[in-house]
Design a protein around this ligand. Structure first.
Ligand code: HEC
Ligand code: HEC
Length: 387
């Protein structure tokens, strides 16, 4: 019977009242059900290796990357690592509004789950690939403050590390040009980070139950989350930006967050990101892309700088969002309720003149705010957060 109900739901044969009977909860219309199913297919996705990184998916590279991720030798002062700001037990964030390395950064540290699904990296999309994004913090003087020379030296100085490097890349850290060593280290870090997939969430179980017409499983999804889901895909318009299985369309928007970093400094957002990605020699059009056909470089080749990119930031994935407070590019919103209130009370004058028609002050009731928060929480894995 289950497969018949599933087929019926998929083909849109069931009327809303019948799905209500199946569900014992909120009555979703057939078009709502189609939208809910579009936040699938069933999670987690199958991910192919990254063609721009020849060690993507290679177990030895993953092991080396895992070690280097927490290795303070990648920092000038031997006192910081990637894990300082991306703590594994905090869903790879640091819990701060804005991260602190050698100096305070301008932005909030994002989580590192499901990175294979990104087209752009960082809040402004300053990188078009994961190894370039992993290279920048090593050499940024506010983050780890090292250099290509220093990294090559430190790898060569440890015989176990030098051997692991040679096993993965087939060349030696002592004879490779320092910049090649730096890029290779970043490629191992990328290979490791790609393995961080977030697990199945209560929402995923609900979605799969809807696809399968499994009424017992549907009933396990809290009613508040169901009402929040309806707001998310309906009145809230959230799903137009927080789209598909990873709850992001991967692009950039202005949602009226302030972009002053302090009194006299402004974060240019995507405007700065496009300039940076276009001019980087570590981009997919550059010499370090291992994919000679440049098959994934189209967006980098075609992205154009527009005035509207000023103050736009990347639409974040909402998977595991309950584990990654505080929120937004500057960490200025402490809780998910604050985020929902931001959308509810949105100051429309703050948005670009050319206007993002999707965004209007939603004027939600306190009950609706609770429901939307409950839905957002249901996008997170209960417990440790890693699959
Ligand atoms: C001092 C804190 C700090 C350190 C150290 C640090 N990061 Fe980050 N990381 C950040 C911040 C802040 C951002 C957001 C940057 C931006 O948008 O400009 C970020 C962004 C990223 C992203 C982009 C994620 C996404 O969703 O696009 C990746 C990947 C990443 N870091 C990996 C690393 C790796 C690998 C290391 C070590 C080599 C590292 N980070 C070291 C703070 C840090
Ligand atoms: C027009 C596109 C758009 C729409 C519509 C939209 N968002 Fe967002 N959302 C964004 C962008 C862009 C950011 C990051 C903004 C920033 O950091 O300045 C964001 C950030 C968030 C965050 C913070 C995530 C984090 O990791 O910091 C949450 C939660 C969120 N949105 C939920 C929602 C909900 C709920 C709705 C519907 C009420 C919604 N969004 C509607 C584009 C959108």
């Amino acid at each position: 019977m289950k497969w018949l109900a599933a087929l019926a739901v998929l083909l849109g044969w069931l009327s809303p009242s019948m799905t209500d009977a199946l569900n014992h909860g909120v009555s979703f219309s057939n078009s709502e059900i189609r939208i809910i199913l579009s936040h699938g297919p069933s999670w987690p996705p199958n991910l192919a290796p990254d063609p721009s990184n020849r060690v993507s998916g290679d177990p030895a590279a993953i092991a080396l990357g895992r070690q280097l991720f927490a290795d303070p030798r990648l920092s000038r002062g031997h006192n910081r690592s990637c894990a300082t700001c991306h703590e594994p037990n905090r869903a790879f964030t640091d819990g701060l509004a804005r991260s602190i390395g050698i100096a305070r950064l301008d932005r909030n540290a994002p989580s590192l789950f499901n990175l294979r699904l990104n087209r752009w990296f960082g809040w402004a999309g300053k990188s078009d690939n994961l190894w370039a994004q992993s290279l920048h913090p090593i050499v940024d003087r506010r983050e780890l403050g090292a250099s290509a020379d220093l990294v090559a030296e430190r790898i060569a100085a440890d015989s176990a590390l030098a051997t692991a490097y040679q096993n993965v890349f087939g060349s030696q850290a002592t004879t490779d040009p320092p910049e090649t060593v730096l890029v290779n280290v970043a490629k191992a870090l990328a290979a490791f980070q790609e393995t961080l997939t977030s697990g199945k969430t209560p929402f995923d179980h609900f979605r799969d139950a809807l696809a399968a017409g499994d009424r017992d499983a549907l009933a396990r999804y809290p009613l508040g989350a169901q009402r929040g889901l309806r707001l998310f895909i309906g009145k809230g318009q959230c799903r137009f930006c927080h789209f598909g299985p990873n709850f992001t369309n991967g692009e950039f928007h202005d949602i009226g967050m302030p972009y002053f970093i302090d009194k006299d400094r402004v974060d240019p957002g995507r405007y700065g990101g496009i300039k940076a990605v276009k001019s980087s020699r570590f981009n997919l059009l550059g010499p370090y892309n291992d994919d000679e056909s440049r098959s994934t470089a189209g967006p980098t080749r075609h992205v154009a700088l527009l005035h509207r990119n000023w103050g736009e930031f990347r639409i974040p994935s909402l998977r595991n969002v309950a584990l990654t407070a505080p929120y937004m590019h500057d960490g200025s919103l402490a809780t998910l309720a604050d985020v929902v209130r931001h959308y509810s009370e949105l100051n429309e004058d703050r948005l670009h003149a050319e206007g993002e028609r999707l965004l209007r002050a939603l004027r939600l009731t306190p009950g609706e705010i609770d429901d939307l928060v409950m839905f957002l929480r249901s996008l997170s894995v209960v417990g440790h957060g890693i699959q």
